[in-house]
Design a binder for this molecule. Sequence first.
Ligand code: DX5
Ligand code: ZN
Length: 215
Amino acid sequence: MIKLAPSILSANFGRLEEEIRKISEAGCDYIHIDVMDGAFVPNITIGPIVIKAIRKCTDKIFDVHLMIADPIRYIDDFINSGADLLTVHYEGEKHLHRLVTSIKEKGVKVGVAINPGTPCNAIEPILPILDLVLIMSVNPGFGGQSFIEASLDRIKEMKDLIEKTESNCVIQVDGGITLDNVEQVVEAGADVIVAGSSIFGSPDVRDSIQAFKKY
Ligand code: DX5
Ligand code: ZN
């Protein structure tokens, strides 16, 4: 069964605590938190202060997706705010191995994200030391975009690379996932599904989470 990581980017930020309690009680596995800095991506969202404030709402895994330039500067701040898993972008870091190693040494789990234009094998050398690979199925920056179909082949390709390198990391897929395409994404090899607008935009968040959890 897949793990579900609702992205709070599409939640009502005026009632964030309530929204997080609702998705936790409905049985989500992770809380996916999209951090954007207006530099790595055009949009600006939230930072460690807000993450710290919402940490008290739930015991679920805080899955922090860092879409920021030069992330090494903020790793300690995000860990101190309560992140359990930090995912950094391949495209945002020149010294990826060093960044990943230093996050692991601090005792939290680490993921690496790749944008739709980045070849899967770009991260092959570091697969054995990762906990998670995040395949972006939209270009990062905004919720509510359409799923890029070519992502399905990329998920399969990444699965093969994970086997080849004998890595234990899981595959997370993020962007444009709905109840209409989730089955294909899971069949391709996804272990963790991120869904933002399709959960928070649905008439009943609880029903939507339950429906996703069937896959
Ligand atoms: C996009 C973010 C996603 C996004 C997903 O940059 O990383 O997590 O919020 O939202 P939906 O599911 O609406 O595409
Ligand atoms: Zn994300």
